[in-house]
Design a protein around this ligand. Structure first.
Ligand code: GLV
Length: 310
C-alpha cells in the first residue's frame, strides 16, 4: 500500500515528504508520482490535485485535503464519486485562523487605519469608536473555524451574529440563515468576517448586493476564499464609501498579481493567504490519526459531505 502526495508546489512537496515519512515509517510515501504503481495507492494527500489524477488511482480509499478548504478538490471535474474526502481539522489551523480574525477585527474596531493616516500627517487626535458591546461583528459560516473565531470574539464582548446555511442554535449571538436571512444579517453587521466554505452556493456571495445591505462604513474581512468576493464590486464599494475598509487574505487569482488595484488601495489590507497555515508535521500527524481510524473502522474526522462540497 502507498500514500501519494499531490501538490503543484515543489517547495511544499519536500517539506511534506519529511512530515509524512516521519509519521508513516513503514509505508511507501510517494510525491507527485505515477502512473506506474498507481494500483498500490490507497490514500491521497492533496493540495490542488491535477484534474483526473485521483480518478486514475484504482484502489484509492480516502482523499485527504491538506487545507481546511476542499474546493481545490471539487475543482477536479473527474473527481471519483465514491471516495470519501476529508478536510484538515487541527489545532494549529484553528488557532491561527482565530488569531487572524481577532487581530483584524480589533484593528478595524479600534480604527487603526485612521490612526495610521493621522500618524502619517503627524497628527495627534483621539477617535471615539463605538464601545465593544456596541460594535456588531457578523460571522459568515459557523464551521470549525468560524465557531472558534466567534468564541474568541465573544470574550471581548462584541455584539455577535452569524449567518449559516441552515438554522441552528448558537449561544453567542443571533443566527440568521439561508438566502432570506442574509440581508437582515448584513444589515446589523459593522465588521463582516467571511469564514464560509467555497461552494457553488457561496461563490460570489460578497458582491455589490451584499455590500448594499451592510450599514454605511462597514468593513470586510475575508479569510475564506477569493472566489467568495466579486473584487470589482468591493473596489466600487470602497470608492463610494459604502465600505470603509477591507482585510483580504485570499484572492480570485493567487499570488495576487503585481499592479492589482488591491495592492495600492489604502483601504485594503492585503496578506498573502497566510491567515491559517498548514504545518506539515502537525498535519501529517492529524492525517496519520485519521488513517488509523479508517483502518479500525472508526468514523473519519473532517469527513466532507460530497453533495454540499464542504
Ligand atoms: C487554506 O486556505 C486552507 O484551506 O486551509
Amino acid at each position: 500500500m502507498a500514500i501519494l502526495f499531490l501538490t503543484p508546489s515543489v517547495n511544499s512537496a519536500a517539506r511534506w515528504a519529511d512530515g509524512l515519512r516521519k509519521e508513516f515509517e513503514d509505508e511507501d510515501i510517494r510525491i507527485n508520482s505515477g502512473p506506474e504503481g498507481d494500483a498500490d495507492v490507497e490514500f491521497a494527500v492533496v493540495w490542488k490535485p491535477p484534474p483526473g489524477r485521483l480518478a486514475a488511482l484504482p484502489n484509492l480509499k480516502v482523499i485527504f485535503s491538506i487545507g481546511a478548504g476542499v474546493d481545490h478538490v471539487f475543482a477536479d471535474p473527474d473527481l471519483p464519486k465514491d471516495v470519501p474526502i476529508v478536510r484538515l481539522i487541527n489545532e494549529t489551523l484553528t488557532t491561527q485562523m482565530t488569531e487572524y480574525v481577532v487581530m483584524n477585527v480589533l484593528w478595524h474596531h479600534r480604527e487603526m487605519d485612521d490612526y495610521a493616516i493621522l500618524a502619517a500627517a503627524e497628527t495627534w487626535r483621539h477617535l471615539h469608536p463605538p464601545r465593544t458591546p456596541d460594535r456588531r461583528v457578523g460571522i459568515m459560516g459557523l464551521g470549525v473555524l468560524g465557531s472558534a473565531a466567534g468564541d474568541a470574539l465573544a470574550r471581548f464582548g462584541f455584539s455577535l451574529a452569524a449567518w449559516t446555511r441552515e438554522p441552528r442554535d448558537w449561544p453567542l449571538g443571533e443566527v440568521f440563515s439561508g438566502p432570506e436571512g442574509l440581508a437582515p444579517f448584513l444589515g446589523r453587521t459593522d465588521i463582516l468576517v467571511c469564514q464560509l466554505p467555497l461552494t457553488p452556493e457561496t461563490t460570489g456571495i460578497l458582491n455589490a448586493r451584499s455590500f448594499a445591505a451592510l450599514p454605511q462604513g462597514a468593513v470586510l474581512i475575508n479569510a475564506a476564499r477569493g472566489g467568495h468576493l466579486v473584487e470589482s464590486d468591493l473596489l466600487e464599494a470602497l470608492k463610494t464609501g459604502r465600505l470603509k475598509g477591507a482585510t483580504l487574505d485570499v484572492f480570485a487569482d493567487e499570488p495576487l498579481a503585481p499592479g492589482h488595484p488591491f495592492w495600492s488601495c489604502p483601504k485594503v489590507r492585503v496578506t498573502p493567504h497566510i491567515a491559517s497555515l498548514t504545518y506539515p508535521d502537525a498535519a501529517a500527524r492529524t492525517i496519520a490519526r485519521n488513517i488509523a481510524r479508517f483502518r479500525a473502522g472508526e468514523p473519519l474526522i473532517g469527513l466532507v459531505d460530497s453533495a454540499r462540497e464542504y
